[in-house]
Design a protein around this ligand. Structure first.
Ligand code: FAD
Length: 415
């Protein structure tokens, strides 16, 4: 019966694309993917390319909260807030503080670890199904610390916790790390190697691959801006550029913009825009075998098809504001420290992470609106969790209700 459903997916980023592919795989024949722009041209275009199977710990902790005022004042910190965005952050800040209680933090660890149980396999299913294996590499990820004390603290803190939650992390001294990545300068005191992590050589090309496969299997792509969603118990119409499009079920995978669309349905989410920056660097003179992170600065250097991508920064600001050039300069300086030299900048990019205060994505039906499911708010882990999200959401559409494994991610947790 679910095969005959007409399902609309709003947003052709990595989350919407993955969801559309899983819907097809579940046998649903009439799937329409809708985006105002070309597939993969939103935030999914420019990420660091890491399938971070080691990430199992929410950002929410009293320690983080206490450090935040210092980080915001420090001009060399990767965290920034635009003053004019502050009014948008009150609810986010309140929910962040609520999520710092030990019981909520622990529940967050359990929920993220639950997603990681199948995230890698679900991603691999989509990558092989779409013939994109040449875009994904299995060489792990290196995370380095600039001081021995910083590394000790991290090992006793979030890295140790990740290990207890099942992640595989191998400790490396500075010489071991240098032997693995001779292209990296001597800025570090060693770190850890996550051997089970994968990365993509081109996040945008991966999206394009997914989109092409979706269309080749009979999926429809509609380029249109969705203004409103009108939902009844068992159907939905989407208003786009003066036209109405009817579906039996709609899945909202619109990233940051999903907050506005779900608010129109009476579901107000504390979802905000946390902007990240990237620089594409001419990598002709540097050999890099895998993504390398600088732990204290949260900067990633990833070898990609078009050069080396330096990605990082968490700037709470409206997606539409121009980039802050000081933050590009900060990223460039951090990269020069990591590599021991400056590389030519080929291009610059900025994108808005859809960020939730408890570090957990939203998956589930809009309360009181059984014909609309939300799949958004993946923050720093959208590439990592897109495939598992898409599978879970597709299964719930077939089941006709949210499944048990979606419970920790329900939008109702903020009502
Ligand atoms: C610098 C940086 C580095 C990152 N590195 C990593 C990493 O290494 N690993 C990882 O797992 N994650 C990483 N992330 C996070 C990851 O990129 C995001 O979580 C992910 O891309 C979000 O995907 P999405 O599909 O939800 O959103 P998007 O890619 O933004 O897609 C949403 C789509 O919806 C469309 N849309 C929105 N509103 C409408 C509307 N009204 N009508 C029609 N279309 C609409 C948009 O055009 C867009 O294409 C990083 C993010 C940044 C910024």
């Amino acid at each position: 019966m679910s095969e005959a459903l007409r399902v609309g997916v709003i947003g052709a980023g990595i989350v919407g694309l993955s969801t559309a592919l899983w819907l097809q795989r579940a046998g649903i024949r009439q799937v329409t993917l809708i985006d105002r722009a070309a597939p993969g041209s939103g935030t999914s275009f420019g990420n660091a390319g890491v399938f971070a199977e080691f990430s199992r710990v929410p950002y929410t902790s009293w320690k983080q909260l206490k450090q935040l005022p210092f980080a915001l004042r420090d001009k060399t910190s990767p965290i920034a807030v635009r003053r004019d965005y502050l009014p948008n952050l009150w609810r986010y800040a309140t929910e962040f503080a609520r999520a710092c209680t030990p019981s909520r933090f622990e529940a967050g660890c359990v929920a993220l670890t639950q997603l990681q149980q199948t995230a890698s396999d679900d991603t691999y299913t989509l990558v092989t199904m779409t013939g994109a294996t040449s875009l994904v590499r299995d060489d792990g990820v290196l995370s380095l610390s600039s001081s021995a004390e910083g590394l000790e603290r991290a090992l006793a803190g979030h890295i140790g916790l990740r290990e207890r939650l099942g992640a595989h992390a191998m400790r490396l001294n500075a010489a071991d790390a240098a032997a693995m990545e001779p292209g990296i300068g001597p800025f570090h005191a060693g770190g850890v190697y996550y051997p089970d992590a994968r990365f993509t050589l081109d996040p945008h090309a991966l999206c394009v691959h997914y989109a092409e496969h979706f269309v080749s299997q009979g999926g429809q792509f509609l380029q249109a801006q969705i203004h409103t969603i009108n939902a009844s118990r068992d159907s939905c119409s989407l208003m786009a550029d003066g036209r109405s499009h009817a579906f039996d079920h709609v899945i909202v995978c619109a990233g940051v913009e999903g907050a506005r669309l779900s608010a129109g349905l009476g579901c107000r989410l504390p979802l905000v825009s946390e902007r990240g920056y990237h620089l594409m660097l001419d990598g002709a003179t540097v050999q890099l075998n895998r993504p390398v992170a600088w732990l204290e600065k949260s900067v990633y250097l990833t070898p990609m098809r078009g050069g080396i991508r330096a990605a990082g920064i968490a700037e709470f600001a409206s997606p539409d504001e121009p980039p802050n050039e000081d933050l590009y300069a900060l990223l460039e300086n951090d990269v020069a420290t990591m590599l021991g030299k400056r590389l030519k900048v080929l291009s610059k990019w900025i994108g808005a992470r859809p960020s939730m205060p408890d570090s957990l994505p939203i998956m589930g039906r809009v309360p009181g609106q059984p014909a609309v499911t939300l799949a958004l708010g993946h923050g720093h882990l959208g590439l990592t969790f897109a495939a598992v999200t898409g599978r879970m959401v597709a299964e719930s559409v077939v089941a006709g209700r949210d499944t048990v494994e979606m419970r920790p991610f329900t939008p109702a947790r903020f009502s």
